[in-house]
Each structure stands twice: as C-alpha cells, then as structure tokens.
Design a protein around this ligand. Structure first.
Ligand code: NDP
Ligand code: 8X3
Length: 250
C-alpha cells in the first residue's frame, strides 16, 4: 500500500522543515513555501517521495491554483500541517506598523484558511484526514507588544475549534499544537533581519528546537484512528508562561 500524503506549509525553515525531515520515511510529502530554492534543496535531501509547491499563502488564487495543479493522486491529502506563519514586529499597539498587521492577519489567519479550504474539499469527500494547526502559546495568552500576533494566533485557536466541530461528522481529526519559544528564523523575521536582536530572544536559557516540535507532530500523527489529540501546549522547561522565562547569568 502506498504511503499517506502530508502537505506541510512553511517547509523552507524551522518547524516545517524539521517536520519534513522527520516524516519523510512515513509520508509522501508536499513541501510548500515561497523560497523555491530552499524547497529544491530540501527535496534533494528527503529520502521519500515529495512534491514542491511554491506559493505565497496570502495569494488566494495562487493557493488554489497550486494545490489543484498537483497530480490527481497527490490531491488526496491525508494530513495537512498548517505551519506557515510568522510574527512581524514587536510594538506597542499605538506604534504598530499597519503593513506588519496586514502580514500577520493575511498569512497566519487568511492564508491558513485558504490552504485548508483547498485541501478540505477532497478530505471531506474521502471522509478522512487530519489537520494540524501550528498555533502558539500566543494563541492562549497575550503578552505586552504581542497584540496583533497574539490576535492572529487566538484566531487560529478559534478556527481549530470551529474546524473540529464542522468536520466532526466527516471523521476528520483537527489538532492544535501550541509551542512556546522555539529557536528558528522566527525572531529574524519578527525583527526584520536584525540577527543580534533575534539571538537575544534565545539567550541564557534552553529554548525548544524545531525538531522538538516536529517530534510532537509525529506523536500526534501516530495515535490510533480513534484517538485525536485536541490541543497540545509544548514549552521549554525554562518557560512557565509567555512572560516568565528562567533566564540564567543575567
Ligand atoms: P520560521 O520563520 O523558521 O518559518 C516560517 C515558515 O513560514 C517559513 O517556511 C516561511 O517560508 C513560511 N511562510 C512565512 N510567510 C509565508 C507566506 N506568506 N507564504 C508562504 N509561506 C510563508 O519560523 P517557525 O518555524 O518558528 O514558524 C512556524 C510556525 O510556528 C509559525 O506559524 C509560527 O507562528 C509558529 N510558532 C513559532 C514559535 C517560535 O518560537 N519559533 C512558537 C510558536 C509558534 P517562506 O519564507 O519560504 O515562504
Ligand atoms: C511564538 C512564540 O512567545 O514569541 O509564537 O509568541 S512567542
């Protein structure tokens, strides 16, 4: 029997890339992201079969065109990992950059919706599938200057719950994974390429790695058919909440 198919958005770095590397022996993968060169390098390293889809999740038409362009067999997606997303900026609400606000709402919320819709029609018709939304501790708590990023992840939390209700009769599992601090390119993006500022976020304590989150995704996927992990918060041991991190040597 051929392996199930998993589509991973945001596979060009961080959590998505680590997940692709971990799942390659168990799934045929559709790896997505805007940076096509990275997708091509990753594909060359993956042991299993894969397809590349390069698109911006903000661009509604392109999302549907890209997913519909897959060979028919590959459109039967068993697992969708909605991972693409980022924070843009860390500012007081009255200082916020409206382009950053647009980016976070358009990518983290609307992009997730477009990709889900593009994949769900087939999932519903097959009466099986699993959607894993990568939310965040920021979807459960709000922290100072996190305003719009936290709002976008709270929206993901609401969408996860709504999807679980609406898809219940179709036998589709819906899971939210909510990581705390994970060292990836996330802070580079948040601080617009300011590497020094980004490095500070992960200093003097041990953050999660992208692989830690990938292993959690693998665990969630490995549960028997009758078991659905609903929501899973994963934190570094040094982190108690969005604002409480046990930083040493300061
Ligand atoms: P990275 O910056 O390393 O990865 C983000 C991924 O999202 C990249 O592959 C990027 O690909 C993709 N992406 C961003 N914007 C778009 C877009 N417009 N269209 C398509 N793809 C896009 O960060 P992480 O791996 O940390 O982030 C992954 C997810 O985990 C995000 O949803 C983030 O909010 C969440 N998260 C991260 C935490 C952390 O501390 N790092 C903690 C909790 C949650 P490309 O640029 O090639 O398009
Ligand atoms: C990423 C974690 O705490 O920077 O979602 O919001 S945090």
């Amino acid at each position: 029997m051929s392996q199930p198919i998993a589509l991973i958005t945001g596979a060009t770095s961080g959590i998505g890339e680590a997940t692709a590397r971990l799942l390659t022996n168990q799934y045929r993968l559709i790896i997505c992201g805007r940076r096509k060169d990275r997708l091509e390098s990753l594909q060359a390293e993956l042991a299993g079969e894969s397809q590349i889809l390069s698109f911006d999740v903000r661009d509604k038409d392109t999302v549907f065109t890209a997913i519909n362009s897959l060979p028919e067999e590959w459109q039967k997606v068993d697992v969708l990992i909605n991972n693409a997303g980022n924070a843009h900026g860390l500012d007081l609400i009255h200082d916020g950059n409206t382009d950053d606000w647009d980016a976070m709402i358009d990518i983290n919320v609307k992009g997730l919706l477009y990709v889900s819709k593009a994949v769900l029609l087939v999932m519903v018709s097959r009466k099986k599938g699993h959607i894993i939304n990568i939310s965040s501790i920021a979807g459960l708590e709000v922290y100072p200057k996190g305003n719009v990023y936290c709002a976008s992840k709270h929206a993901v939390d609401a969408l996860t719950k709504g999807m679980r209700m609406d898809l219940n009769e179709h036998g589709i599992k819906v899971t939210s994974i909510d990581p705390g601090l994970v060292e990836t390119e996330f802070s580079e993006v948040r601080f617009k390429g300011d590497s020094e500022k980004a490095e500070q976020v992960y200093k003097n304590y041990k953050p999660l790695t992208a692989h830690d989150v990938a292993e959690t995704i693998e665990f969630v996927l490995s549960r028997p058919a009758h078991v659905m992990i609903g929501d899973l918060l994963i934190l570094p041991t040094d982190q108690a909440s969005s604002t409480i991190v046990n930083k040493k040597n300061q």
